[in-house]
Design a protein around this ligand. Structure first.
Ligand SMILES: Nc1ncnc2c1ncn2[C@@H]1O[C@H](COP(=O)(O)OP(=O)(O)O)[C@@H](O)[C@H]1O
Ligand SMILES: [Mg+2]
Length: 254
């Protein structure tokens, strides 16, 4: 389970990306990057953040700690910005929070070095979850305290937008030619040999257990939140075994 906090003060929007995450203070006095159920694709984006974030963390990749954040829409009443006010008003209940890495720099492939091993682990992970949002234009990687941190996994697992076609969609290859780490000779096969055996049914059950029920309820074709949790696990389990064979667009170092 993720730690639960209550949002107490909206500080400022983070306007870089499209989904308008906000910097928000919580009742534990922590400062979080908050992602809202009322934004864009709504709760599926948040489910993807939890599944990928918690999976990546268990594979030894660095992801800021995730929490659930309860929001009382009243918090938005005093917001001068109309868009922010709307967002807060439409996001009452359980939202997602992520530890704010204060002073982190956006990753620039021309300014930082990344080893082939680390690049391989990240490209392999992105192939596994089909992350289309880690391009050199928009890396969604942060440099913080001398290390690389992964953020923004909302645009992954495209198959969860069409469950009847999920199996076919999950079998598709991953084009890494635009990947932010494509130029670091990512050792994808080495990463697969190390990480794929860790992606077990048990691990995925633990990861999907962290998704709040409220974001899973009411999905057509699924009786209970746990049925849907198992549906999230299946394509990842299948893909873990084969996806390294299906990464295209990069030169691998030997
Ligand atoms: N945990 C974090 N710590 C510090 N800065 C962050 C964190 N998460 C996001 N940011 C900043 O906010 C921006 C937008 O967040 P992101 O998760 O990429 O959302 P989106 O691209 O959907 O708007 C990031 O590019 C980054 O600059
Ligand atoms: Mg982003």
């Amino acid at each position: 389970m993720l730690k639960e906090v209550i949002a107490t003060r909206y500080i400022t929007p983070l306007r870089e990306g499209g989904s308008l995450p906000g910097l928000v203070e919580a009742d534990d006095f922590g400062t979080y990057v908050m992602k809202f159920t009322g934004a864009g694709q709504g709760r599926k984006t948040l489910v993807a953040e939890v599944v990928c974030g918690e999976l990546a963390r268990r594979l030894g990749l660095r992801v800021p700690r995730l929490v659930t954040m309860e929001l009382d829409p009243v918090l938005g009443l005093g917001e001068p910005d109309q868009q922010v006010q709307e967002l807060l008003r439409s996001s009452g209940g359980t939202n997602l929070g992520m530890d704010f890495l204060s002073g982190a720099l956006g990753f620039d492939p021309l300014a930082f070095e990344v080893s082939s091993e680390e690049a391989g682990r990240i490209v392999w992970f992105d192939a596994l979850v089909n992350n289309v949002d880690r391009s050199w234009r928009n890396p969604n990687l942060l440099m913080w305290q001398g290390a690389l941190w992964l953020i923004d996994h909302g645009a992954t697992m495209i198959w969860h937008h069409n469950w009847p076609g999920a199996e076919a969609s999950a079998a598709r290859p991953y084009d890494a030619s635009d990947h932010a780490l494509a130029s670091f000779a990512p050792e994808v096969r080495g990463a697969a040999a190390e990480l794929a055996p860790l992606v077990t049914e048990e691990l995925l059950a633990e990861v999907t257990a962290a998704i709040p029920d409220a974001w899973l309820a009411g999905e057509p074709g699924f009786g209970t939140p746990d049925d849907l949790r198992r549906a999230y696990a299946r394509p990842l389990l299948a893909r873990a075994a084969v996806v390294h064979e299906r990464v295209t667009g990069i030169e691998e170092s030997k």
